[in-house]
Each structure stands twice: as structure tokens, then as C-alpha cells.
Design a protein around this ligand. Sequence first.
Ligand SMILES: CC(C)(COP(=O)([O-])OP(=O)([O-])OC[C@H]1O[C@@H](n2cnc3c(N)ncnc32)[C@H](O)[C@@H]1OP(=O)([O-])[O-])[C@@H](O)C(=O)NCCC(=O)NCCSC(=O)C[C@@](C)(O)CC(=O)[O-]
Length: 608
Amino acid sequence: MVQQSPSVRIVEVGPRDGLQNIRDSVPTQTKLELIRRLQATGLSTIELTSVVSPRAVPQLKDCREVLQDEEVKTFLQNPRLRLPVLVPNEKGLKIAIEHGVREVAVFVSATEGFSKANINCTVQEGLERAKRVAALALATKEAGESQIAVRGYVSCIFADPFDGQTPHSAVLHCVQELLKAGCYEISLGDTLGVGSPFNVRSLLAYLKDNNIPLSKLAGHFHDTYGQAVANVWEAYTCGLTVFDSSVAGLGGCPFAPGAKGNVATEDLVYMFNNAGIFTGVDLSRLTEVGTWISKQLSITNSSRVGTALMIKDSTKLVSGSSKPQQTKPLQWTLISETDGLLLHRSGVNLKITLNRPKNGNALTATMIFDITKAVTDANYDAEISRIIITANGKFFCTGMDLGKDSTPVARGVSASDAQYARLTTLFETIDTSPKVTIATINGPAFGGGVGLAFACDIRIATNSTVMTLSEVKLGLCPATISKYVIREYGLSFAREVMLSARPVKASELKTRGIITDVVGNVEQLNLRLDALLDALRIASPNASRMSKELIRLAWKDGGGEKQATGIKTLFDEMMRSDADGAHGLREFGLKRKVDWDAHTLQQGKSKL
Ligand SMILES: CC(C)(COP(=O)([O-])OP(=O)([O-])OC[C@H]1O[C@@H](n2cnc3c(N)ncnc32)[C@H](O)[C@@H]1OP(=O)([O-])[O-])[C@@H](O)C(=O)NCCC(=O)NCCSC(=O)C[C@@](C)(O)CC(=O)[O-]
């Protein structure tokens, strides 16, 4: 297969620029793991470390160990990878060469104040030093090997923390000198992160007018004022195609109070991907690296894209796949059909479909009995892990059957025990089910229909869904369902909607966290359900049951003796040698992920 070469090259500077300002020492193994993970995302240029004095940059005092690592050594020999190492002087260069480094980076500041503070010399002295290092590096040419490539950095291109604004001419001077010294590329660093697109365009135009080929320049923007992504885009439209960035936006500048790190690599990849500009980087893997390193360093992930994608991923479990159309639909087999109810089965999933659309799926006594029986049977079936309640037609469920022969009150009779018992048993059977229950709500719900949805663990819905506690309009109250409605809504909101019978739309239900996901239509709802069920394969059914029990204990007996005893019982149960935990931990030790659906189906025969 022909490999497409990236239209934009990203220079990942996380392991060096990103880490060097972190005060707590980062273990070498974490640095190595970061490099390995970054390389696996498709990034082909990664700045490995900096061979500097441990006194100057204590965080990178393990640069030799990093370069000596066997995997890094293999990377260094890979002709497809560029792995620059920052070297401040000849000593650093010598060490880098000894470790097989094939590309080094030299750096200067365009401004005197920062040069003095950062490398304790004038700009001119810094340039002389960089030139000496570059000359030595370029002179190095072992038998059969190409010479060492040299990249140049110019910092403070827009402003200096001590001197203020940087004149364009100061940047031009440094760029000219470094190019003359043999640097193949100069990275222009907005070290303080103060520049904006206007400054970028103005500087690049000036450099171009002064005969600096833009193909020799790279952009290195920090994000202090939130302009970094915009600056990269502006530089790209001006003609630059190489950009420095760091995963999770790692980095900072000790001389710029409040300075943010580098522009986040995730944000760049996302931006270029959206513009159809190929970076060669797998965004999803990169996001995982950003999340991982942020956790390792106990810092907030500064990548907006990384954070957004991480949240999206973490809600996938309850909200289904972000791309339902890419989910392979499950095969559902009809296993039973009664008056008003269909039962389908797919693997460990049982779907109960209310099938009385002409009457808005209002709950007849037969339906209540059949739903209760189906849930009860499933509760005892070791091969069922999840129960889905959904409906055919325009409505999800219009609640208790109000037909004239259906309710005692409609018949002019007061004896209501049987109806009370029916409804109570129905909702309680669902609510106390040890299985994961999912209401897949295809449209409006009223009264008992709301109760049906609220007795379930997870709710997903179409945007035509509206929930109405309409009982007061009929002179009734939401009696048996109140247990679940008030639990999920909370007292104040429950009071408001019970007393007003206000229809609550899907969008509001989503905002309130009642519905985890809203989709456009029933087809999408079915796909979203399948995606959700697929995502839940990672969860052990027994662990889910115990988790449900913990929630119940907190709800019913929070802070009390019963909760404490219940937690202890569940703790003991999960630690048993024959429990799911034993299997899960064994597989974890073998670095294997458990498909709990497959595992469940291997145990015993289904009763249904
Ligand atoms: C749903 C809309 C807005 C549709 O309003 P619409 O779109 O104008 O359609 P419609 O009214 O023509 O309804 C379509 C069909 O569904 C029937 N239908 C509809 N709902 C029921 C029902 N519950 N029971 C029996 N039949 C029902 C309705 O009678 C009609 O059948 P058709 O006349 O064509 O043969 C309207 O029909 C309506 O307002 N229905 C009543 C909804 C309601 O208020 N439900 C609450 C019931 S009380 C309850 O659930 C008590 C409980 C359980 O909470 C107590 C407790 O908690 O203990």
C-alpha cells in the first residue's frame, strides 16, 4: 500500500518542552512510555529530550537513560522517524552523538532579556554558541551515515517577559544566522503565547519579504492567550507546513507567569483533519495518550479536543456510539408474542416491546402481567444480562389503561387492591431486577409510562419523547410510580411537574440527566440501543448487579446500618474465589479484555 505523506508535519515536543517545566520529577519509565505511545499514534517527529545540565533543567537529568533505552535506540535507527534532541552546547552534542542521535536542535532567543535569563548570555553569544554546535554536528559524518541534521529554535518572536515587544528585525537576524549556520529548519517560538493571527501574518510577511523561504520555517506557539490554534492556522494559510505542539498541551514557561503550555497536538490534528489536511496522526490514539499522560502527571489535560473526546468516549457507555450508523445492528430473534407484547432476544439481551400502538401502548392488566412475568423470568435467567423495554408506534406508553372497563374507578367500583398490586409489582420487579434495565423510549410517555421508564437503570430516547405526569388532570395522582419518579427527578422538580402536569421535553430530560442520550428517530434509537449493548459487553453482569445494589443501598439506607452491612456483604461476595472478580482479575493479569457477554453465554443454559 502506498503511504500518503502528511501535508503538514507535526513536531511533537511533549517529552522535552512539555515535561521540562514540571516541578515534580517524572519517572524515566513514564517518559519512555510517553515516547513509545506517541510514536504509536503515527507521529513521525518527536523531540526526545534535552542534553542539558541537571542543574539547569533537573527534570531532564535522565536524558542519558532515555537515550540508552533499547526501544528508543530502535526508534533512533528507524529512517522514517525524526527524533531531535535539544543540545545547548558542544558537550550536549557530544553526548547526543554518542547515543546515536541523528538530529539535534539548537536554540537562541531573539531578545536579550530572555536570552540572559534562560541561557545566561547575549543574543549574539547565543548565536555564536548555536553556530559552533551546528558546525560540529554537520561535520559529523560517520562511514555510510548521513551527517547529523540541525534544527534551530528562535524564542520570544513576539515578546520578551523582560524587554516587551520583539522587533521583527531581531527575529529576522536570528533566522538568517541560524540558516547560515546550516539549520535545515527554524522553529519560530512564541514562548510567552502572546501572539495572535495578526502578529503571525505580519511577521511571516516580513520574513518572506526579506528572502526567508517559508519552507524553512516552523511555527511553535504557546497557548497563554488562547490564540495558539488560530496562530497555527494563520501560519498555515501563510505557507508554513511544520508545527511544534505537545500532547495534552504540556509545557509552560518559567518566565511567563500564567503561561500555558504548547498548543496541544490533539487540537492541531483535529483542526487539520477537519480541513482535510493529512497529518498522519491517529487522533483517537493521540487522545488516549493525552488522557494517560495527564493522569500520570496529575495535571489537567489542556487539550480542548482531547478533553472533549475523552468525555464523549466516557459517555459512550451510556449514550451509545457517537456514530450509530457505524455500529453493526444486532440480530434480534422473536421469542414470544402475546396480546400487546413482543419479546425478542439477542445474545444476553432481552427486549420487551409494548405492542399496542393503537391505544398508545396503555398498560392493560394482561400487559402488566406479561411484562412482570417476562422481567421475572429474565431475572432468574443466568444467560440474560440486560432487559430492554421499548414500544412500537407513536407513543412509548400512555400509562395505566383508562379504558372504561379497565379500572375500578371507571367502572364505578372502589376496590382497587388488585390494580394497586399489579402496578406495584410491575414497577418493583423492574426496579429490583438484578439485570441492567434500559428504557428505549420511542415517543411520549404519560403517567405509568413515565414510571415504566423511571424504574429502569438507563434511558435513551428519540427527540419526540415528552414525559408528562398527567394524573392531576384526570383527578388522579402518580401513586405507585412516585417512588421512582421522585427518586430520579428530585423533590422540587417532581413537585413542579406533578402539580402542573407539564410535559417535559427530551432536551430538558437530557439536560437534567434523566435521559442519557437523545437521537432523531426510531431507526437511530434502535442503532443507538445496539451500540449501547455492544459497549456494555465490557461490564460483568454480576458486578453490574452488585453496583446496582450499592446504589439501592445508598438510596434507601444511605448512611445507615443496613447500608454498611450491605456494602460489607457485597465486598465479601466480590472477593470470592468463584466470583466474576476472580475471572476479571485473572484476565487483567494476562492483559486480556473480558467480553462478559461471551463469558456469560458460556455458563449454563437459558431458561427462556
Ligand atoms: C396520549 C394522548 C395525549 C394522545 O392524544 P391523541 O394524539 O389525540 O390521540 P388519542 O387521544 O386519540 O389517543 C389514541 C388512542 O389511544 C388511546 N389511549 C391513549 N391513552 C390511553 C390510556 N391511558 N388508556 C387507554 N387508552 C388510551 C385513546 O383512547 C385512543 O384510542 P381510540 O379512541 O382511538 O380507540 C391522549 O390519548 C391522552 O391524554 N391519554 C391519556 C394519557 C394519560 O393521562 N395517562 C395517565 C394515565 S393515569 C396513570 O398512569 C396512573 C398511574 C399509573 O400513574 C397511577 C400510579 O402511579 O399509581
